[in-house]
Design a protein around this ligand. Structure first.
Ligand SMILES: [Zn+2]
Length: 316
């Protein structure tokens, strides 16, 4: 998107100028590091959509869903893991059991950074059994994947340690993420400086909702949207209903983005964001029509860029 690229380029230039003015003889080295830290890349929405196409194909080939305990879930996990392994991530599959079936979380660590300060971004990879789950939550899964791949492409070496996660069995009650958090030692839990959650970020009649849990993370996302000139609202529909909840309960600062599910978009929201008033943000929520047609490309594009922006900003 042109607006975000030009805004970001000028922000990076401003940082570079400020560094040159303030850091004297160290300006050469320092400004290079600061510019790299400030310049989160634009995430190509075509790449994000290509991941969604793959997830749709996986669902189609596996009975129409990617649900916990079904072959479409494991195939989704294998797809994401292969991309991360090829990009240089250290990946771990964590197994658990729910409803008598084996579930899987995928954790990907980007080598480097201070492992006493871990920035995590995650999304649930399972769908409900009634549909392919492309907005819920192929959208978050694909944006987090493409951000992780962008970290690799950029050779980004942040101060903090980056960890990405794809959760299993969210639709059964946050089972995978709860298992992960419960199995962290208190010491390792304390090392997570923030967890960012992305669950439904390409809704077809989108709103732009920001979690209001941790003020610093909330401000990061709001700054990004202010730069685009897009209004945001506080997220309330999904409170406690996604994978940030176990982290929050454990005392980890959390944040995230959301474009709306079954709630209805109001006329006031249409005035802000466009779309259709009196209609749900996602009419295909948890339905068989949650396919690749159930995605608003502009929302997916903006939010994918926002994922990268926050990952860069919070880890530099
Ligand atoms: Zn979801």
């Amino acid at each position: 998107m042109k607006l975000s690229v030009s805004w970001r380029a000028s922000a990076a230039a401003a940082v570079a100028t400020a560094t040159l003015l303030t850091s004297g003889s160290m300006a050469g080295a320092a400004s290079k590091a600061d510019v790299e830290a400030a310049a989160a890349p634009d995430i190509p929405v075509t790449n994000v959509k290509a991941h969604l196409t793959q997830l749709q194909s996986i669902a189609t080939a596996n009975g129409g869903n990617r649900a916990h305990g079904r072959p479409g879930y494991k195939a989704s996990l294998d797809y994401v893991k292969a991309k991360l392994d090829a990009a240089g991530y250290t990946t771990t599959i964590q197994q658990f059991t729910s409803s008598g079936r084996t579930g899987y979380n995928l954790i990907a660590d980007w080598p480097g950074g201070d492992t006493n300060q871990v920035v995590m971004a995650g999304s649930h990879l399972d769908s409900v059994s009634s549909g392919p789950g492309i907005n819920d939550n192929g959208s978050g899964s694909a944006a987090v994947l493409e951000t992780a791949l962008a970290v690799s492409r950029a050779g980004y070496q942040p101060t903090k340690h980056l960890r990405f996660a794809w959760w299993g069995a969210e639709e059964l009650g946050l089972v995978g993420s709860r298992y992960y958090v419960n199995n962290l030692s208190a010491a390792n839990r304390a090392k997570i400086s923030g967890y960012l959650n992305f669950d439904m970020i390409g809704s077809p009649n989108p709103g732009y909702f920001v979690y209001d849990d941790d003020p610093a993370i909330e401000k990061t996302f709001k700054d990004y949207y202010a730069g685009l000139g897009v209004a945001t609202e506080i997220e309330t529909e999904g409170d406690g209903r996604s994978d940030h909840a176990p982290f929050k309960s454990a005392g980890v600062p959390v944040g995230g983005l959301f474009t709306g599910a079954s709630r209805t978009k109001t006329a006031a929201q249409v005035a802000k964001w466009g779309g259709t008033s009196g209609q749900a943000f996602d009419r295909c929520y948890h339905s068989s029509c949650d396919t690749t047609s159930n995605i608003n490309d502009t929302a997916l594009d903006r939010n994918s860029d926002a994922v990268a922006y926050a990952v860069w900003e919070l880890s530099e």
